[in-house]
Design a protein around this ligand. Structure first.
Ligand SMILES: Nc1ncnc2c1ncn2[C@@H]1O[C@H](COP(=O)(O)OP(=O)(O)OP(=O)(O)O)[C@@H](O)[C@H]1O
Ligand SMILES: [Mg+2]
Length: 372
């Protein structure tokens, strides 16, 4: 017989009667006994009319889980022994169902616990500046090592150069001086890098509450920082170019924020976006048009500021770490990895959040959500 179903609480059926009352129904001759339970004789959903029927409630701790039934086309088909057997089966079936249900609930609880734990770890990572100390020491140690090593090498080279000069070998001395010059550049590069890290750190630990919130035209702010980011990058690299698209919701009005802080967040996001589209362009994909899209939108009691790019998106293993301080996939000297962690702190201080929408190979969107 094919599978069929009825509503468990359908009062016009014996199964529904049994479920709703929680009482056993045992019938040896349907035609003679149906009226004890129902007004009309029930029509079978599938197949012929059974004559003998047993319905037993499936209960655990007075909770109704369902009904178990056995039916036959013969009159008085079931003995007391059959009924006894079926009752035993019903008890075990009910316990098994209850266990399955508990297991499901347990799995859900474990899932939600894991989720909560993940969030806790995240907020712990973001919130405590103290934890940064080890990271800073490590980060600054690295460029400092370079600076120390290269300057030691240069001291030796200068000695050698002086010896060459004493010998009158000016060509050799000049050659050595070129090496010294190269090393000097490296020292400068790594020194700058250490400087950048310290600068980023100062921004991180700076007490934002000192700066006041003010009513700000968020569209104007976003537009200003978009231009700032674009021209900043163009100044460093003449070959840099990207299409900028904007879509500003004109109904937002002024919102209460610390403009320089939110501006810095927007700048970070836009700089990241420009960087990835530029990298993608440099990788030589045909007919690729690097594009960064900045938009604002009022949604109920929040303002959304979105910075979207058509780069390559963020690989999952990178995604888990992007908000961690000092996490960067950029080559040495190109990024400190503080942009997003700083942005996260600022947005959190504003009572908002940053969402990431990501499609690998197609780009990423960072959405700042601020309460108004
Ligand atoms: N739009 C984006 N598309 C793809 N990856 C991104 C994007 N934005 C950020 N990332 C990834 O997140 C990492 C961390 O970003 P974050 O802004 O914190 O640091 P950074 O840009 O590397 O350095 P900094 O901002 O300090 O110059 C980046 O190195 C990059 O791997
Ligand atoms: Mg950045």
């Amino acid at each position: 017989m094919p599978v069929y179903s009825n509503y468990i609480d359908d009062e016009s059926r014996l199964s529904g009667k049994c479920f709703n009352s929680g009482k056993e129904i045992v019938i040896g001759d349907l035609h003679a006994e149906y009226s004890l339970y129902l007004k009309n004789i029930p029509t079978p959903s599938q197949g012929d009319q059974p004559v003998s029927l047993i319905y037993l409630p499936l209960t655990v701790n007075e909770k109704m889980l369902g009904v178990i039934t056995v039916q036959s086309f013969s009159k008085n088909a079931f003995s007391a022994y059959h009924l006894y057997m079926l009752r035993t089966i019903a008890v075990y079936a009910a316990i098994a169902l209850e266990n399955a249900d508990s297991f499901n609930k347990l799995t859900l609880t474990v899932d939600s616990l894991q989720q909560t734990q993940k969030q806790l770890i995240e907020s712990e990572k973001m919130a405590s500046l103290g934890e940064l100390t080890a990271g800073i020491a490590h980060e600054i140690q690295n460029p400092l090592n370079f600076v120390n090593n290269f300057s030691e090498v240069n001291t030796e080279l200068i000695e050698e150069m002086q010896q060459e000069i004493d010998k009158g070998n000016f060509a050799g001395a000049k050659e050595i001086s070129n090496d010294i010059k190269e090393n000097e550049k490296k020292i400068n590069h790594h020194g700058k890098r250490a400087g950048d890290i310290v600068k980023g750190m100062l921004q991180h630990s700076r007490n934002s509450s000192a700066a006041a919130k003010e009513l700000t035209d968020i569209n104007k702010l976003a537009d200003e920082y978009l231009r700032l980011a674009y021209h900043g990058l163009r100044a460093k690299d003449k070959s840099f170019n990207a299409t900028m698209k904007t879509d500003f919701d004109q109904h937002i009005g002024n919102i209460n924020i610390i403009p320089q802080d939110i501006g810095r967040v927007i700048l970070n996001l836009i700089t990241n976006a420009f960087y990835v589209v530029d990298e993608k362009k440099k990788s030589g994909i045909m007919s690729y048009e690097p594009t960064v899209f900045v938009s604002t939108k009022k949604v109920n009691n929040t303002i959304e500021i979105s910075v979207k790019d058509n780069g390559n998106g963020i690989p999952q293993k990178v995604m888990d770490k992007i908000f961690q301080p000092f996490y960067t996939t950029k080559p040495t000297g190109k990024g400190t990895g503080l942009g997003l962690s700083l942005s996260y702190d600022i947005i959190k201080a504003h009572g908002g959040e940053i969402k990431v929408e990501n499609k690998e190979q197609e780009g990423a969107a960072f959405i700042i959500i601020l309460p108004v």
